[in-house]
Design a protein. Structure first.
Length: 532
């Protein structure tokens, strides 16, 4: 039986084993500290809002209309900052490069985190700090996956971009546990609620310390006309000599792709970029990337991530300490599930199967949670601990975490980072991320009101959205694993139906590779091709 976890090589153009060395993984990890900032922020803030010391510090009481409005505003302005950060980040990543943009994003985030720690109980400074951290997260989130994808060998591109999400979930796990830790070890005080905000500086510091030592994206350098620099970077990152045939072939394809784009759309970057984005073969990619990012938010994951203590309260868990403890386990389950999916599955099983089967695993828990909370009236119950159905509801929440982590966490981001041509890659990814932030804003702003007013209906709503997502992915999303970024045109310039697009593309890619390698298409045995 074939091992599904092995690296899947292109039999005609295998990547030299040296390219899978430590440098490319170090590059991916260094850039991925950017998403650690996001992962921690998403996880810690809901638990911090539940701390009595935090509520006392800012003069709010849980359960009141003022508290509902405050929590909604505090979280949604962060997401709003992410939206504008993504737009600003797109410009800076194109003009100044991926590396400098990531460093600048880390600096902005660090300033915002410092303001949240040292605001002296002033709401205005807390809000400004939240906006600043949102700007830093939004700018880095649109750049880091592209930076990693542009530097990665195709057979492990999904795995390397997936490291971005491993870091996200690792620090989300820390964020989910941090509030339980301070609640148990530090007496209620300003210090107790300052510690979770201060920990934000750790991922920002790791990003700022590591990124100055990394190389710029070779594809960004090539597009700037700095081809020799791109060659040196590719040689260094892949552990290969500059004159190695694989390096020469990669650089040659980059140049050929850039030249074709210039012939079709001109040399003026900004004008030609928007012109190319409106082209039929690119429009469909933008639509698919946007839909996947929006559907990801409407699985309901942000509602659970940001408001996890209140969600667990809604299914019968009482007591701040208990809610924070279960929240910590929720984050831990997500982290290990994401790690397993990225290491073992995303480049072997592919993006599409993970999305389809993982979505089914997401919608079942949502419908159960809605049914249980409706029948048991758990939102309004005064019971001190869950009944049997409540414990099953907790297990279902963990099943949701596992299913989301293996499906909607990494594949949409990997997909959006790899499908666009060089000239419009940043634009396409930025548009998809902007749509994602808008969807997240809608979800996180509405979630506390949904919890307070429609209660069990919230779970049915997100379950229905995920059901639609399964059908959408099955019909329209093609598999992209193992395809070089320069060959994505073969997939997306054909059929709109996902399965047919990949099937047709495989034939075209094989013919193209045969011509490039000097082999007559359709002639020769597999042994002949392997010997070339």
């Amino acid at each position: 039986m074939k091992n599904p976890f092995l690296i899947v090589e292109d039999p005609i153009r295998p990547v030299p084993k040296a390219a899978y060395g430590w440098r490319i993984y170090t590059l991916a990890i260094s850039a991925s500290w950017a998403t650690a900032m996001n992962g921690y922020d998403v996880a810690f803030i809901g638990g911090t809002l539940a701390l009595p010391s935090f509520q006392q510090e800012y003069g709010f009481k849980q359960g009141t209309e003022a508290y509902t409005s405050f929590s909604s505003n505090l979280i949604s302005i962060f997401v709003g900052g992410c939206f504008f950060g993504g737009l600003i980040g797109y410009y800076f990543s194109e003009v100044y490069g991926r590396k400098k943009q990531l460093i600048g994003s880390g600096m902005v985030f660090a300033v915002g985190a410092t303001m949240q720690v040292l605001n002296g109980g002033k709401l205005s400074l807390l809000y400004i700090g939240r906006v600043a951290t949102g700007l830093g997260v939004g700018a880095s989130a649109m750049c880091a996956p592209i930076y990693i994808a542009e530097s990665s060998p195709p057979p492990i591109r999904g795995r390397l971009v997936g490291i971005f999400d491993i870091c996200l979930e690792m620090f989300a796990c820390i964020g989910f546990w941090i509030n339980y830790g301070v609640e148990r070890t530090i007496p209620p005080s300003r210090k107790q609620c300052q510690v979770p905000f201060a920990v934000q500086l750790i991922p920002a510091g790791l990003l700022l310390v590591s990124m100055p030592f990394m190389k710029e994206s070779p594809r960004w350098l090539a597009r700037q006309g700095r081809v020799e620099e791109a060659r040196k970077v590719l040689s260094y990152v892949y552990h290969l000599p500059e004159d190695h045939p694989y390096v020469q072939m990669e650089i040659g394809e980059m140049q050929a792709h850039i030249d074709r784009e210039a012939q079709m759309f001109g040399r003026s970057f900004w004008k030609s970029t928007w012109k190319e984005a409106a082209k039929a073969g690119i429009r469909n990619r933008i639509i698919l990337a946007v839909c996947l990012k929006v559907l990801m938010s409407f699985t309901g994951v942000q509602a659970i991530n940001y408001y996890s203590p209140r969600v667990f309260q809604s299914i019968g868990l009482r007591g701040t300490s208990t809610q924070l403890l279960v929240t910590g386990f929720y984050g831990q389950v997500k982290f290990f599930s994401a790690l397993a999916a990225i290491v073992f599955a995303i480049d072997s099983l592919g993006r599409r199967p993970l999305l389809i089967f993982g979505s089914v695993g997401c919608l079942i828990p949502m419908f159960y949670l809605g049914t249980y909370s409706k029948i048991s009236n758990s939102f309004n119950s005064s019971m001190n601990e869950p009944d049997t159905g409540g414990y099953v509801a907790v297990v279902m929440t963990f099943l949701f975490a596992i299913s989301f982590a293996v499906s909607w966490l990494s594949p949409p981001r990997v997909f959006a980072s790899e499908i666009f041509p060089n000239r419009v890659r940043s634009l396409g990814f930025a548009v998809s991320m902007s749509a994602s932030w808008i969807a997240q804003f809608i979800v996180v702003y509405s979630a506390p009101y949904m919890i307070a007013r429609i209660q069990f209906g919230m779970f049915f709503f997100y379950g229905s959205c995920t059901t639609f997502a399964v059908m959408f992915v099955y019909l329209f999303v093609p598999e992209t694993k193992g395809v070089s970024m320069e060959h994505m045109d073969f997939i997306f310039n054909g059929s709109v139906w996902g399965l047919k697009a990949r099937r047709d593309a495989e034939e075209k890619i094989a013919q193209h590779e045969a011509i490039i390698m000097g082999i007559d298409a359709g002639i020769g045995t597999s042994e002949d091709k392997e010997s070339v």
